[in-house]
Design a protein around this ligand. Structure first.
Ligand code: ATP
Length: 915
């Protein structure tokens, strides 16, 4: 019988899969395997085809009303009307399909951008490949925060722990080893196996892939996981409900119009069937025209297009709802290293007891010299310094590499560690030689709660453990010190001078790491941090610069003017943090940094008070981030929080917007986050907030435009009936208006450029309704003005052309379309006059308006005019109608001006926010 992978020895697995634990597969072999096994993907539910999408359009309640209307038209003998209605239904459906397909494509492209990668050995080199290309036999390197990309057999495990709850239900992370396990072991007991889509929460390891795609354990149950979660934003849900409510309201008004119409027809004694038919058709068409059935689709497409635009600027939105929440963000909590700073570290100072040494050189180029008081240092005379450099390069997972073509040096791994490798190389200690001479036997990986890491080595006949980490923490674990090679207990004075040196470097914005060691009789099999990282012998400190990102200073200023408070939350030393925060404008000159241990002493109420003013939190652990978010949110703030490490995931989940780092972020944080910042840059978060505000404002613009247009159509018919006038618009005309004016200008408003004050307004209160009172006033005035103008044109037509209904209706028809098209320009801003923005500066709206006007001309001239029962207006008629058409636009612009003048202070950020 065939044996299971977990029963076999690691070497046997390697042999069976023709792999090589230290070199991985060759590219050739990997390609061959890929051809046999296919992509490492779980089968997805088949997508809806275009045809299915098209058919779904007809399931809409409103479309069913239209179809009913066309049937009624046939029954009452209005065959042309019926054909036109059906044509409109088809056109609407096609537009719907097109919009849905486009939105879906945009979202799929975004998903692709955050598709996971794997670190594998190929042709003897560490290579990052898309996890999709993983094949059986690949050797995968894993560390804390990684998703396991396929099923694999561990061949190396340094305290690897894996969270397998999703597969086995086991809630505690399971420790992994490399020894064979009995054949009958259940999934949960296969301690030498890693399973696809479980998460490494601790440690470092290596495994050979034994199964990919549907051949994995998760693949076997993938059928159960097929239900892809459809994420719709609160705004979409609100709008869908709002649309339904409006729909019912419209139906009610239309029934009223029908009743009133029939009643007024009856009041002159005779009720003609034709009149009832006309009223029936009018109210049905009115319902169709007035119900904003396109709203949810337009919102989806605007959100999806917005997300695409944001992705081009490095912010990848993972959840649709995040786009609108972004506009409400009032606090951005950011990590320091890599987000506010460049994460390009260079060691510039080294300290061993009472000796401060400077290092020259730039970037990762391992060329540079050591100086003390201006003169070059001879390393052979500096035993402690040499030991410090060696220890920091050995207790290290980064690698220094040189590009074969350009000769440029770069780091594979953490830049902090990379800087240490470079510093050691400047002193002549080349990492590859060091690790060959003194191989690593055991290790305790770095984690941001302990803020330390330890590795064990055989070194010149001794077993040594090197520990490096945050100086304040590491120093408290040191009992001795090495001075000129000899060891003695640390005196209080020595402790003090180390602390002073640390503080001195930190206050100059240097990131400082301490290195210590301890000798062991024998290296423990399963080292435990609490026992290993104590009674250490202090060696020295290394201080590195990490320059602030240049663009962040401006981004911080933009935040302040937009009513958003930036807060720095870092694991680094308070003095380093404060120096950088002051430089970037996050903290004022008199600000203090709050440390994690200070936070531990505060009650929730005290913390709530503190977070109102404190802007720098240092030496915090991921758990502190949770407490800070809680306190900020209890104060009513809407919080965006960045994170990169595996322990940051809960905080990202808790924040209103969890932001993961694209470069340094772990798979887990990227998966949990609402948004991934591809370039790790704080300034990118700020520009995403701006984009979020713009998108929300644009959604309001077209909602406002559509609602006022639809309301005006209802008012025109309702007023005419109340005034005892003939119906000013024929059913077919109403339907055409619905199609012509709604869709194109509304879509164009959805991609309006940002308004100049977008980052000068306070964050939007999330409780604020979409239709604020101001917007309601504007909708009311605009729709009323439109209705009055249209009725005016209609009445004039009747009067001037001696009761010729054909002319009067043509006048009403043309005026309604032209007023709506012109009003679309006013809808471009709630705050500014469209003339301030540049009347024709939205080229999409220009095109949309031109298209609407072209379709209008098409419906009054040429063969179509028979269908629309319009007459062909001459020059005089046009002059009259065009003079009338801008009136509602002017009314709207005037309303905006009055509202702007009366509520100016209300909307602007008046008080600058406390630093
Ligand atoms: P931020 O939270 O802003 O990203 P950070 O990188 O300093 O800043 P952590 O990664 O939590 O935050 O690190 C906390 C501290 O641990 C650092 O200030 C440093 O002193 C120490 N440290 C960081 N990386 C290592 C490492 N690879 N090995 C040992 N100690 C480290």
């Amino acid at each position: 019988m065939k044996k299971h992978w977990h029963e076999l020895a690691a070497g046997e697995v390697e042999r069976l899969l023709s792999s090589n634990a230290s070199a991985g597969l060759t590219s050739l072999e990997a390609d061959k395997q890929l051809a046999v096994h296919g992509f490492n993907e779980l089968k997805e539910k088949p997508r809806e085809t275009l045809w299915q999408k098209f058919v779904n359009q007809f399931k809409d309640f409103l479309v069913l009303i239209l179809i009913a209307a066309s049937l009624i038209s046939v029954l009452v003998g209005e065959v042309t009307d019926s054909i036109v209605i059906i044509a409109i239904v088809l056109l609407n459906a096609l537009l719907g399909v097109f919009q849905e397909a486009k939105a879906e494509k945009a979202l799929a492209a975004l998903k692709e951008m955050t598709a996971p990668n794997s670190k594998v050995l190929r042709d003897g080199e560490i290579t990052i490949i898309p996890s999709k290309l993983l094949v059986p036999g690949d050797v995968v390197l894993l560390e804390a925060g990684d998703y396991i990309p396929g099923d694999l057999r561990f061949i190396e495990s340094h305290n690897v722990k894996v969270q397998e709850a999703s597969l086995t239900g086991e809630s505690v992370p399971v420790e992994k080893s490399t020894d064979p396990v009995g054949s009958t072991a259940s999934l949960a007991d296969r301690h030498n196996m890693g399973f696809m889509s479980t998460v490494v929460t601790y440690g470092r390891g290596k495994g050979i892939v034994v199964g990919t795609g549907m051949q994995t354990e998760i693949g076997k149950i993938a059928e159960m996981l097929q239900s892809v979660e459809e994420d719709s934003s609160p705004l979409q849900k609100k709008l869908a409900e709002f649309g339904k409510m409006l729909g019912v309201l419209c139906l009610f008004v239309c029934a009223l119009v029908f009743g009133l119409g029939v009643y007024s027809g009856y009041s002159d004694g005779v009720l003609e069937m034709a009149e009832v038919q006309l009223m029936l058709m009018t109210s049905i068409s009115l319902a169709v025209a007035a119900i904003p059935e396109g709203l949810p689709t337009v919102v989806t497409i605007v959100l999806a297009l917005g997300m695409q635009r944001m992705a081009k600027k490095n912010s990848i939105m993972k959840k649709l709802h995040a786009v609108e929440t972004l506009g409400s963000i009032s606090v951005i909590c950011s990590d320091k290293t890599g987000t506010l700073t460049q994460n390009q570290m260079t060691v510039v100072k080294a300290f061993t007891l009472e000796r401060m040494i400077d290092l020259s050189g730039e970037g990762y180029d391992p060329k540079g010299e050591f100086f003390r008081d201006g003169s070059t240092v001879d390393l052979s005379e500096e035993q402690d310094l040499a030991f410090l450099l060696k220890g920091s390069s050995l207790c290290n997972d980064a690698q220094l590499k040189q590009a074969s073509d350009t000769g440029a040096w770069h780091i594979v791994g953490d830049p902090t560690e990379g800087a240490l490798v470079v510093a050691a190389a400047k002193g002549g200690y080349i990492q590859s030689k060091l690790t060959a001479d003194y191989p690593r036997i055991q290790e305790l990986p770095f984690d941001s709660t302990r803020k330390m890491m330890t590795t064990f080595h055989h070194m010149e006949g001794r077993d040594l453990a090197f520990t490096k980490g945050a100086p304040d923490i590491l120093l408290s674990r040191c009992t001795h010190i090495a001075v000129n090679g000899s060891i003695h207990p640390l005196t209080p004075q020595e402790r003090n001078s180390i602390a002073v040196a640390n503080q001195e470097m930190a206050s100059h914005a240097l990131r400082v790491l301490a290195v210590a060691y301890r000798a062991w009789d024998s290296i423990p099999d399963a080292p435990n941090a609490a026992e290993v990282e104590e009674q250490l012998i202090f060696i020295g400190l290394l201080g590195m610069i990490d320059p602030p990102r240049l663009e962040v200073r401006d981004a911080v200023a933009v935040c302040r003017s937009a009513g958003i408070r930036p807060i720095m939350i870092t694991g680094d030393h308070p003095d380093t943090a404060l120096a950088i925060a002051k430089d970037l404008g996050i903290a004022s000159q008199s600000s203090l940094a709050i440390t994690g241990s200070q936070l531990d002493t505060l009650s929730p109420a005290e913390l709530q008070q503190l977070v109102q003013t404190a802007s720098v939190f240092a030496r915090v652990s991921p758990e502190h981030k949770m407490a800070i978010i809680d306190a900020l949110r209890s104060n009513g703030q809407i919080v965006a929080m960045t994170g990169d490490g595996v322990n940051d995931a809960p905080a990202l989940k808790k924040a209103d917007i969890g932001v993961a780092m694209g470069i340094t972020g772990t798979d887990v944080t990227k998966e949990t986050a609402d948004m991934v910042v591809a370039d790790d840059n704080f300034a990118t978060i700020v520009s995403a907030v701006e984009e979020g505000r713009v998108i929300y404002a644009n959604i309001r613009k077209f909602v406002y435009f559509l609602l006022s247009c639809n309301a005006s159509e209802i008012l025109v018919i309702l007023f005419a009936i109340l005034l005892g006038w003939p119906i000013p618009l024929l059913p077919i005309q109403l339907l055409w208006i619905n199609l012509v004016t709604d869709a194109f200008p509304a879509l164009a408003l959805g991609v309006e450029k940002k308004e100049p004050n977008v980052m000068k307004l306070k964050p939007r209160n999330p409780a604020e309704p979409l239709l604020t009172w101001k917007l309601q006033v504007m909708i009311g005035i605009q729709s009323l003005a439109m209705a009055v103008t249209v009725l005016g044109a209609f009445k004039y037509g009747l009067y001037a052309y001696e009761g010729d209904l054909g002319v009067a209706r043509t006048f009403a028809f043309i005026t309604l379309i032209t007023t709506q098209v012109i009003c679309a320009f006013a809808a471009r801003s709630e705050h500014y006059s469209v003339f301030q923005l540049g009347f024709f500066s939205n080229k999409y709206l220009n095109a949309g308006a031109a298209l609407s006007l072209f379709l209008l001309l098409l419906s009054v001239y040429g063969p179509l005019h028979v269908i629309f029962k319009t007459i062909e207006p001459g020059l005089n008629e046009w002059l009259f109608l065009l003079a009338l058409s801008p009136l509602p636009f002017l009314a709207t612009e005037l309303t905006k001006l009055v509202l702007r003048l009366s509520t100016k202070e209300d909307s602007q950020v008046t008080n600058s926010i406390a630093k």
